[in-house]
Design a binder for this molecule. Structure first.
Ligand code: DGI
Ligand code: FE
Ligand code: FE
Length: 369
């Protein structure tokens, strides 16, 4: 039997290869064929098919074959259409999927067709509930005669390609990716659409503040895994949030009453994003503008940037930050509330004058009747 390992592989990471090897062993597969998906309609930071194949070749070094059939498809490729072709080509096949995909199997296109074509090999993620997976497997067996094999030995780790692409965009090392793949990424300038913004912000900040900014981008994207705002809004809001932290230059349009206070840089940063970086998206601009004070009726992006700013993993290490972080990654509304309360109390304790928007925010979210 041949295992079919489909994915975007944008980029392929070490965990992909570990899983392929481990599944091959556990199920005594003759081989595992990597099947990069066809090009999706253009999204931010996506590598084209040919370069994803090139990265896969560098990652696999001939250890596993790559099937490029999905490159020939112009419309969206569905498993129920591709798998019959692969069965014709390879004979006895099994389709590798993650635990999360099995739980969503009903929402796939024609799961009953797929169930007839070949067995599914399910690789649970570390945090997956095995009882739930077994229950789902039994149900699909009953409904459609699906043959579902749940791996007993392999546990996938939650490696996020989005996070890897963000690290590349920020010029950070990504240990999830093999050196050979990183070389292809660099040589072809992959995931570098925001290089101009990144370089400019970096040049405006001192080293630790830049590290903090990278931390906020990564924390923001991690929070966003549960929320699903557009990548660009999260990336740019977080990237630009503190861009005016280290300057005395004040842009037009910044409220007078913020001068000489710690909240100035947020308003100044929003104007800089608009005037110098050419950002026109008001949601991004607002998230920057209100990242220090908060406000009444915050948008999800406002809360996300505010919270990521406080819990990022690269420089924030105040007592209790780990608990805040865990809550924030799980539930943004709760995480935001805890972060805001902590910040508000600290202002009171230190006797710092509270800006009216901070008070608005307090009245909106914290005031008990
Ligand atoms: O820029 P960061 O250090 O990453 O974080 P931030 O933008 O949240 O700024 C935090 C600082 O802003 C901290 O010293 C407290 C101060 N601050 C927050 N809200 C208010 C405030 N200062 C005044 N004067 N009034 C506020 O309402
Ligand atoms: Fe700030
Ligand atoms: Fe900040």
């Amino acid at each position: 039997m041949i295992g079919i390992f489909g994915g975007a592989f944008d980029p392929p990471h070490k965990e992909h290869i570990r899983i392929a090897q481990a599944v091959k062993e556990e199920f005594s597969l003759e081989n595992v064929v990597f099947l990069p998906s066809g090009n999706a309609p253009h999204k931010c930071l996506q590598a084209p098919f040919s370069l994803r194949v090139k990265m896969l070749q560098s990652a696999l070094q001939g250890a596993f074959p790559i099937d490029q059939v999905e490159n020939t498809f112009t419309e969206k490729t569905y498993s129920y259409k591709v798998l019959p072709l692969l069965r014709e080509k390879y004979g006895d096949i099994a389709f590798l999927i993650g635990g999360d995909s099995l739980l969503a199997f009903e929402k796939w296109c024609h799961p009953e067709e797929i169930s007839k074509i070949c067995p599914l090999i399910v690789v649970p993620r570390g945090e997956d509930d095995l009882a739930r997976l077994s229950a789902a497997a039994e149900k699909y067996a009953r409904l459609w005669g699906a043959k579902i094999l749940i791996s007993q030995k392999v546990r996938g780790e939650a490696v996020s390609s989005t996070m890897i692409r963000a690290k590349c965009a920020l010029g950070m090392p990504a240990e999830e990716v093999a050196d050979e793949v990183m070389n292809v990424i660099k040589q072809n300038g992959l995931y570098s659409e925001y290089a101009d913004y990144v370089n400019r912000v970096k040049s405006m900040l001192r080293e630790t503040r830049w590290r903090h900014t990278c931390g906020v981008v990564l924390a923001g994207l991690k929070i966003n895994e549960k929320i699903g705002l557009p990548f660009e809004k999260v990336f740019l809001g977080c990237l630009l949030h503190d861009c005016m932290k280290h300057t005395d230059r004040i842009n037009d349009g910044v409220p007078q009453d913020t001068r000489g206070t710690k909240v100035l840089h947020a308003f100044n940063g929003a104007e800089e994003a608009r005037l110098a970086f050419g950002i026109t998206d008001t949601e991004i601009l607002d998230a920057i503008r209100y990242h220090t004070t908060g406000r009444a009726n915050m948008t999800t992006l406002d809360k996300l940037v505010y919270t990521a700013d406080m819990v990022e993993e690269l420089t924030r290490d105040f007592p209790g930050v780990e608990e805040l972080r865990a809550v924030a990654y799980e539930d943004l509304d709760k995480g935001f509330l805890l972060c805001f309360e902590k910040c508000y109390e600290s202002l009171l304790e230190r006797g710092i004058p509270i800006y009216y928007l901070t008070l608005d925010c307090y009245n909106c979210y914290c005031k008990k009747e």
